[in-house]
Design a protein around this ligand. Structure first.
Ligand code: G1P
Length: 293
């Protein structure tokens, strides 16, 4: 299949963020800062750096501030320019101008597959890239761009990001069955959402980056409740495989953080802070002092 379609990125951001309560009682987890930048901005930056300009947020009640964040704020902009605070001005306007945004809502929390299905009318016949905002990936070449290249090279109908995880971790992920065909490419035969350790077909876990054609929506429409009583994206993909679609897993280059839990969130903050020129030395000194206490 030729992959010449326009690509729309879809970011499901309708979850309650319970693992980060109480912070997420009044602030969407996607807006919690990584150092000083909302996590979801790093996701949009990855999308834009991969050459995609159209972004769809799937949000829910109480998460309107995500849309506000990516909208212009004339009053704040004029205050900052009157005060000659141009660097802050640039910081608040960049995310607004970087891409085109559309938001849709998922009224009921019926699962990830259902959340993605809510984007069908705005995605239309375009291909889609799905990025789960809990998964932050720091890489030389953006993870999504690596996957787009893998899709071009293999001609696969769908591509997912893969990472090898420890046996006790498999039950947290979608796990694939198949064979490694090159250093980073995995030919997927089937997949299962959150299997128990003894039923997992491998230790290759799906990480939150996916590429599809709009064909996906047809399968999502038919997907029944699966693991956790939710409509699972993994089950829709597995149905595509059973129908003869070709799926490739890509063992991406980069470091991945699961910012949806407290430890992963702290880890991501430290990682990105240590990359900041103005923060890294004082931070190292401070950490050394903390550890010596
Ligand atoms: C989701 C997907 C799962 C995937 C994971 C990656 O699960 O359903 O297949 O492995 O993201 O982070 P969640 O973490 O939303 O439970």
């Amino acid at each position: 299949m030729e992959n010449t379609h326009h690509v729309t990125a879809v970011i499901p951001a309708a979850g309650l963020g319970t693992r980060l309560l109480p912070a997420t009682k009044a602030i969407p987890k996607e807006l919690l800062p990584i150092v000083d930048t909302p996590a979801i901005q790093l996701i949009v930056e990855e999308i834009v750096a991969s050459g995609i300009r159209d972004v769809v947020f799937v949000t829910a009640r109480g998460k309107e501030s995500i849309i506000d964040y990516f909208d212009a704020y004339p009053q704040l902009e004029s205050t900052l320019s009157e005060r000659d605070q141009d660097s802050f001005l640039a910081k608040i306007t960049e995310p607004v101008e970087m891409a085109r945004y559309i938001a849709v809502r998922q009224g009921r929390p019926l699962g990830l597959g259902h959340a993605i299905y809510m984007s069908r009318e705005v995605v239309g016949d375009n291909d889609l890239a799905v990025l789960l905002p809990d998964d932050l990936i720091d890489a030389q070449v953006p993870c999504l761009a690596q996957m787009m290249e893998a899709r071009r090279a293999t001609g696969a109908d769908l591509v997912v990001a893969l990472m090898e995880v420890a046996p006790e971790e498999v039950s947290k992920y979608g796990i694939v069955a198949g064979t490694l065909t090159s250093e980073r490419t995995f030919s997927i035969e089937s997949m299962v959402e959150k299997p128990s350790a003894d039923r997992a077909p491998s230790r290759y876990a799906i990480i939150g980056r996916y590429l599809f054609s709009s064909d996906l929506f047809k399968y999502l429409a038919q997907t029944q409740k699966g693991a956790g009583g939710e409509i699972q994206l993994t089950d829709a993909m597995d149905a595509m495989l059973r129908d003869g679609r070709r799926a490739v897993g890509y063992l991406f280059e980069g470091t991945r953080f699961d910012t949806g839990n407290v430890f992963g969130y702290l880890e991501a903050n430290l990682h990105y802070a240590l990359k900041r020129e103005e923060l890294k030395d004082p931070l190292r000194t401070m950490l050394g002092e903390f550890l010596a206490r």
